[in-house]
Design a protein around this ligand. Structure first.
Ligand code: MG
Ligand code: MG
Length: 259
């Protein structure tokens, strides 16, 4: 049985989700060919601290940075590094924060400069599948309804769902129950209850679904080395329609950001 959050807890999670959302936009303002992923990490940490929050990933199970920066064939959990972003890359920025004892967690995949049409289609389909998942995140449904919504959408577009990683509940811990897979069967999985706070985060590959873990024990790569995309939002399960806590509006309403 997963405990729904109180409205007081949701209030804190809502504030924190806005901090994370603004951080993703601040990072997005700095993404361009010639920038290193380590520079983006500094931007994120400075911004998070300026908001009265602290990085949620830094030190989490030994993770060494504020952001996961996952370039091209890296699905998730890439370390910020001296890698210099180049025209045509994609970089998934996954950001966690802690604020008043609760976690925030959201992600966006940015194109670097101009990307080819196939890459554009991957980004658009992955983000659209996230919104399909959110539409299914209503009280009375189950986690399998979310997974089915994501999977059926991206597979119809010709892409594949990573199975090894999934979304999750969010609260005082970054990864709470229930797990929220990006594949599944309607009517199966954990029951969704009003007030449950979950992160939905499709990880979608241009090619096959197979992935492998890098020798550093963190970075997850596509086995065929083709690109992958990842978008994540935090929502509250409600009756009728989920309430979105984090948002991509700070990115997509800023004409200076390439998204
Ligand atoms: Mg995340
Ligand atoms: Mg997450």
């Amino acid at each position: 049985m997963v405990r729904p959050k109180t409205e007081e807890e949701i209030g804190i999670l809502r504030e924190n989700a806005i901090i994370v959302s603004k951080t993703l936009a601040e990072v997005g303002r700095h993404i361009a060919p010639g920038v290193t992923t380590r520079e983006l990490d500094v931007v994120a940490e400075d911004f998070i601290r300026s908001q009265g929050a602290v990085p949620g990933f830094l030190g989490y199970e030994g993770f060494p940075a504020t952001l996961c920066t996952s370039v091209n064939d890296v699905v998730v959990h890439g370390f910020p590094s001296d890698y210099v972003l180049k025209d045509g890359d994609v970089v998934s920025i996954d950001c966690g924060t802690v604020y008043k004892g609760y976690y925030g967690d959201s992600a966006y995949t940015f194109p670097v400069g101009d990307v080819d049409a196939a890459t554009r289609k991957l980004l658009d389909a992955t983000k659209a599948s996230l919104y399909k998942g959110i539409e299914a995140a209503v009280a009375g449904n189950r986690t399998g309804d979310i997974g089915y919504a994501v999977q059926s959408y991206v597979e119809a577009a010709g892409f594949s769902v990573v199975r090894e990683l999934e979304g999750h509940g969010l609260g005082r811990d970054m990864h709470e129950q229930p797990g929220v897979p990006n594949y599944g069967r309607r009517g199966k999985g954990t029951h969704l209850v009003d007030g449950m706070v979950i992160c939905i985060e499709p990880m979608i590959n241009a090619g096959g679904k197979s992935v492998y873990l890098a020798s550093n024990g963190w970075a997850v790569h596509t086995s065929d080395r083709r690109k992958s995309a990842h978008y994540e939002l935090t929502v509250v399960v409600r009756k009728g329609k989920a309430e979105q806590l984090s948002t991509f509006d700070f990115i997509e309403k800023d004409p200076t950001i390439n998204f």
